[in-house]
Design a protein around this ligand. Sequence first.
Ligand SMILES: Nc1nc2c(c(=O)[nH]1)N[C@H]1C(S)=C(S)[C@@H](COP(=O)(O)O)O[C@H]1N2
Ligand SMILES: [Mo]
Length: 378
Amino acid sequence: MNSSHSSAHPPASSGTGQAPSASRAERPVHGGLIVRQSEPVNLESPFGALDGFITRNEDFFVRCHFPIPEIPRDQWRLKIRGEVQRPLEISWDELRAMRETSVTATIECAGNGRVFLTPKVDGAQWERGAVGNAVWTGVRLAEVLQRAGLKASAREVILTGGDRGEIELAPRPGGEIHYARSLPVAKASDDVLLAWEMNGQDLTPAHGFPLRAIVPGWYGMAAVKWLSEITATAEPFHGYYQSVDYAYWQRESGEPSLVPITALQVKAQIARPGPAEVVPVGQSYRVCGAAWSSEAAIVRVEISMDAGRNWHEVRLGEKTDPHAWRLWDFSWRPDQRGRATLMVRATDAKGRTQPTRRDADRGGYMVNEVLGLDVFVE
Ligand SMILES: Nc1nc2c(c(=O)[nH]1)N[C@H]1C(S)=C(S)[C@@H](COP(=O)(O)O)O[C@H]1N2
Ligand SMILES: [Mo]
């Protein structure tokens, strides 16, 4: 397996698209994606190549549970059914005639950073690159729901994708299922977008052509691709991708109870230097990265160069859309040779910050505890 580690110790790692040295790290590296799985396709962004606020479409990570469905746009229909007054089938042209909106939103896979967990957990072994930030254009889900007329009995809205297949690991339902996730009516009627464009271009097949959901402030699993059906239900949905997969143990009312993963956890990541990178002693190095949270701006990112003993505030990039990540950088002049353990920790406008320890109730998801990144000063 390839890795996005940018080791500058000779021989250099091959073909990862990573910046192999501090000086070259300053240059934008457009390195292609890292294959985590080829079928179904799962591709990771080289986070070390981060070079702007917007992730290019061709650099955006891809997370698929089933083969990518081929959906001809002119035959495609969006069905709206269940607890609605007027069940609908909306054609592509009808959808495009609706009011268009854009949102800049960061999508992070709930399993991003999983490779750093000990003991090892199941699932795609993402490093830091199952995250990206894009401008999404489409129509508000709320407007589509309004057209169908949600009944007062509706509690949740299930989004179903056009992709399907069999689950391999038990516990599993028999036969083929579709990828599906539900949203509470309050979120569905708020800021969820049904998007047809990513950074001004039609969605690619891998990212959900012709239509996908964007659920700002939530982990990626909610952003259902190849959207084909919207079903309003009176009962909570307990589909595979929110009860077996993408669920965690919550302890709010006594014994642990399995609940669907929803909101993004506040988190900062270092793009450069990369793991095991060699950083020159006595010279200034621009450490940089991104930080994000759920429904609150990032207000502070701190960095430590000595495994958490001393912390410094970094410089934050422009504050833009509340659902978008914030870039940050810090000028570092290492004066001591040897190994240095870098750490970052973000705080958002709601005062939430990153934990120092792993919460075992999260299983292989929501990795936002402060992690160390070792580099070598030479
Ligand atoms: N229909 C469908 N939608 C899906 C998925 C999927 O497998 N099928 N994967 C989800 C997960 S887990 C993530 S993290 C995001 C990733 O979106 P991307 O592939 O555009 O980066 O899509 C989500 N939407
Ligand atoms: Mo995901």
